[in-house]
Unconditional design. Structure first.
Length: 201
């Protein structure tokens, strides 16, 4: 009968573990223990946390068509921020009664400094139409959704909405919850659905 020492080559890690079974078992226990610890200690998130390096400039222009928004709002903003350092790309969108400019920053730039520079550049614009609303300059933020609670049942749709609002008020009273939103609830003017979603943030 051929012994194990003859079957395993003399050199290499496998041969060393075959001759030192205690060390091999300790290594196995160490790896198993590290895996179990990592399973409990690793951070678990629906979406990983990250920072958005985008400055958003939003301006309301009540009653204006998209073409008027583009000419009166978007183009002046694009020209004003063109000289700001740290900008990678500028994207504009004109809609009826509102215009938005998304300014993507170069990676590693001081976000707050660029935000301040963009805000100052927009405030120096003197060609805006008189009917516009106050421009809003802010860093895009991302809210982290924690969970959703669905309320449903064979009852009147307005009773479901009332229950959802009561649950929302109860959840908002908790210090650990920063924001609660109602989704898929019927409007008071009309209704289409028979369930409600409460979103926790």
């Amino acid at each position: 009968m051929t012994s194990l020492s003859k079957m395993v080559p003399e050199g290499g890690p496998i041969a060393w573990m075959a001759r030192n079974s205690i060390a091999a078992n300790l290594l196995m226990l160490l790896l198993l223990g590290g895996g179990i610890w990592s399973a409990f200690a690793i951070q678990k998130e629906v979406f990983p946390q990250f920072q958005l390096d985008i400055v958003e400039v939003a301006v309301g222009y009540p009653g204006a068509a998209p073409e008027e928004v583009e000419q009166g709002i978007l183009r002046p903003i694009e020209e004003a921020v063109r000289g700001v350092e740290g900008i990678r790309e500028v994207t504009s969108e004109a809609r009826e009664g509102r215009g938005e400019v998304l300014i993507e920053l170069v990676g590693g730039e001081d976000r707050m400094k660029v935000l301040q520079d963009v805000d100052q550049a927009v405030s120096r614009i003197r060609t805006f139409p008189d009917q516009i609303e106050q421009p809003e300059v802010r860093l895009q933020s991302r809210q982290q959704e924690v969970m959703q609670v669905a309320i449903y049942g064979p009852i009147d749709v307005w009773a479901l909405r009332k229950l959802a609002e009561q649950l929302r008020d109860q959840l908002q009273s908790k210090e650990q919850i920063t924001q609660v939103e109602l989704r898929r609830v019927p409007a008071y003017l009309h209704f289409r659905r028979t369930d409600a979603i409460v979103k926790l943030i």
